[in-house]
Design a binder for this molecule. Structure first.
Ligand SMILES: Nc1ncnc2c1ncn2[C@@H]1O[C@H](COP(=O)(O)OP(=O)(O)OP(=O)(O)O)[C@@H](O)[C@H]1O
Ligand SMILES: [Zn+2]
Length: 673
């Protein structure tokens, strides 16, 4: 069946493994904080009010132009004019609004000065009669007033100095010197030393083809002279292509480990920063460091973050990204024969990469890192249970065969989860039961314990029975693995299938059968309860996706004929970007919609008919689910078998153990309800 995972419970992706990270770079946030703080302090220090002469002051005073006035001690005074844009302010250069004045030495106390200012203001306002507020006058004792502002700025200055001392300097030292800005533009690549704890090909399970291809790179790193002597062209750049968690980083690290050379690891998104030009200088810095430590390996994860087609992307591409990409290109072109630097990069979106990146001399060698087959999964399970005590009865092969579609990272997660469960239960060895529980948890989500009303339980039972019965009756579908109404993750129940993972080609009939099974839940809702339920949303999304692919990609609509369009839904392999750049007209879009609808309706009619004609079986299955909550394939067979189960002709006969009994398979069909 189509490999597109459906809605409902999906295996949670474990967080990417990050290791050995040492923060060497001053993060952007610190720079911003420091700059702002500095500017504030400078402003405070230099924002001196304009000093004016006593004559000028008296003129302003008698003109009633003072809004606020503050006398400090016997001599000094500060004031604010009413209208910084007015003629008086301009004439005296007071467009900043503030002035200071040194009062003439008289016998007047400051109280007298205050009175004079107030009186002048009152007179002037009476004359103008413009309703302005009276001047605000305040007086301050000399001492206090003298220290006030000074104290204030001293404190700020101290804070700034302290900040530099305690936050900035240690960071600068950490990243082995260099100026402040310099540190920002340095590459944040993390370096892993060669040494004892190094990763080697032994830590990478399976992937023999990839290892074989990379062996040449390893040989080159170990002994570059041998290659240059013979004038052999060694790849400088190797692109690792594959879905997340399949071990691309691990593989790159192992290349460095095998050759026992330093490994520089950076994520493409780390190049892209707030300021234009930073990315390019980080690239320059990274390559400079790498060349100084040649031979070595640079690994750029998620290179699509910088390597997208230039001039494409949101908002016509960004200058920063393009500059960074150009810098990578020119660095790769600029390697000297004496510099043994291999650049490995990883992506799961090779289709969006700028073609310049893929040209000869750059990333001209591509290695596909696919999700592992069952042999690969077995090898990965072995690697990740190496140091764990396992029960003798534990059958790793059975687990490996059951975990269709799981990536290496997910399998590692599974092993950890099983170990945790065993620990929790106080066992000293991990057994099959722990793995079964772990795999349910990893791919179906945690069990939900909350009470669940009788009516809802009944609905779920019929919904799942609908999926299961359709699957049992449709000869062209994958066999059922397990049906359950135990709520897990977001789903109220689920029906699990065991697809044959070697099959990648599907006929129209097979795809239609999958749609019948997908809609089987909704058909049961309608048949038994008289109306559709919102819980079928996941089923419908999954079905719509398949139907859309049938029409737009696989040429399975007679109305449209043998065409394959670039567009459609969120394409499982091409992603959103491609989906947005559809290459068909509005008219065609309408036909596509009609055809998708037609196919889905056809599937629904068929599912409804199947259930209607086998209503007794549906009731029996639903009741059994209500009583037992979970039924495995055997139980379903036993319940439904009046005659032997229909021949499943997509089961390869030479591999009858392809989906062993009781194993959980990733094909999580049709949760919800
Ligand atoms: N073939 C494998 N053998 C052993 N362990 C594996 C394998 N593949 C993946 N793993 C485990 O999964 C972890 C995550 O893999 P890794 O980070 O290398 O994947 P990735 O393809 O680089 O993913 P991403 O694209 O998310 O960076 C590894 O550290 C390792 O523990
Ligand atoms: Zn469903």
């Amino acid at each position: 069946m189509a490999s597109a995972p459906n809605e409902g419970p999906t295996a949670p992706t474990p967080p990417a493994a990050k290791s050995g990270r040492s923060s060497s770079l001053l993060p952007g946030g610190w720079v911003a904080v420091t700059v702002i703080l500095g500017v504030v302090i400078l402003l405070l220090l230099f924002q001196n009010p304009t000093r004016i002469s006593v004559t000028a002051f008296e003129k302003i005073r008698d003109g009633g132009e003072i809004k606020a006035f503050k006398i400090i001690g016997q001599e000094r005074a500060y004031g604010e004019v009413r209208d910084p844009k007015g003629d008086v302010a301009k004439a005296n250069n007071l467009t900043g609004g503030l002035f200071s004045v040194l009062l003439p030495h008289t016998d007047n106390t400051y109280r007298d000065v205050a009175d004079v200012v107030k009186e002048a203001d009152r007179k002037a306002r009476a004359q103008k009669n413009d309703g302005a507020d009276p001047v605000v006058v305040s007086v301050e004792e000399e001492q206090l007033s003298y220290f006030g502002p000074l104290l204030w700025s001293t404190l700020l200055l101290a804070a700034f100095v302290g900040f530099v001392l305690f936050f900035i300097l240690p960071r600068i030292r950490e990243s082995n010197g260099g100026g402040f800005i310099n540190n920002y533009i340095r590459s944040p690549a993390r370096r892993y030393e060669k040494g004892k704890t190094r990763t080697t090909f032994e830590d990478v399970a399976g992937m023999d083809a990839a290892k074989r291809e990379l062996q040449e790179v390893v040989d080159f790193l170990r002994n570059p002279d041998k290659f240059t002597r013979l004038g052999a062209q060694v790849p400088k750049g190797v692109l690792l292509v594959g879905p997340p968690g399949t071990g691309k980083t691990l593989l790159a690290k192992a290349v460095a480990g095998e050759a026992n050379v330093p490994f520089y690891n950076i994520n493409g998104s780390e190049f892209i920063q707030m300021f234009v030009g930073v990315g390019a200088s980080r690239v320059r810095d990274l390559f400079k460091t790498a060349k100084e430590h040649s031979p070595c390996v640079i690994f750029i994860d998620e290179i699509d973050a910088v390597g997208r087609m230039r001039g494409a992307g949101v908002g016509g591409g960004s200058d920063e990204r393009e500059q960074t990409l150009n810098q990578i290109l020119s660095e790769m072109d600029g390697f000297q024969p004496s510099e043994t630097v291999i650049v490995l990069a990883a992506t799961n979106r090779p289709d969006v990469l700028d073609s310049a990146l893929l040209r000869p001399g750059r990333f001209d060698r591509h290695i596909t890192v696919a999700r592992p087959t069952w042999q690969g999964r077995l090898a990965i399970l072995k690697v990740h249970t190496r140091n764990k005590p396992l029960a003798d009865t534990l059958d790793l092969e059975r687990i490996a065969r059951g975990m269709i579609g799981m990536s290496g990272a997910e399998l590692r997660n599974l092993c950890n989860e099983a170990a945790l469960i065993a620990t929790r239960e106080g066992k000293n060895k991990i057994d099959q039961g722990d793995f079964d529980q772990a795999s349910d948890r990893v791919r179906l989500g945690a069990k939900r314990e909350e009470a669940y009303g009788e009516e809802e339980k009944r609905r779920t039972a019929y919904h799942e029975a609908g999926h299961a019965l359709c699957a049992w009756l449709e000869p062209k579908t994958d066999p059922i693995e397990r049906v359950s109404i135990v709520p897990r993750g977001r789903a109220g129940g689920f029906t699990l299938f065991s697809p044959d993972e070697d099959r990648i080609d599907h006929s129209y009939t097979e795809l239609l059968a999958e749609l019948v099974v997908a809609i089987g839940g909704r058909a049961a809702d309608r048949l038994v309860f008289g109306e559709p339920m919102s819980g079928a949303i996941g089923d419908l999304k999954h079905g719509t996706k398949i139907a859309r692919m049938m029409v737009t990609q696989f040429g399975m609509s007679e109305k449209l004929g043998p065409v394959s369009y670039r567009a459609g839904e969120d394409h499982p392999f091409l992603g959103k970007e491609m989906a947005e750049s559809r290459d068909f007209s509005e008219g065609t879009a309408r036909i596509i919609d009609e055809e998708v609808q037609r196919i889905l309706s056809e599937a629904e009619t068929r599912a409804y008919g199947l259930l209607q004609n086998n209503r007794e079986d549906l009731d029996r299955l639903a009741n059994a689910l209500l009583q037992q909550e979970e039924l495995d394939r055997e139980a379903v067979d036993k319940l439904l078998r009046k005659s032997p189960a229909p021949e499943k002709n997509d089961q390869p006969s030479e591999q009858p153990e392809a989906a062993p009994q009781g194993t959980i398979n990733p094909k999580l069909a049709f949760g919800g309800a």
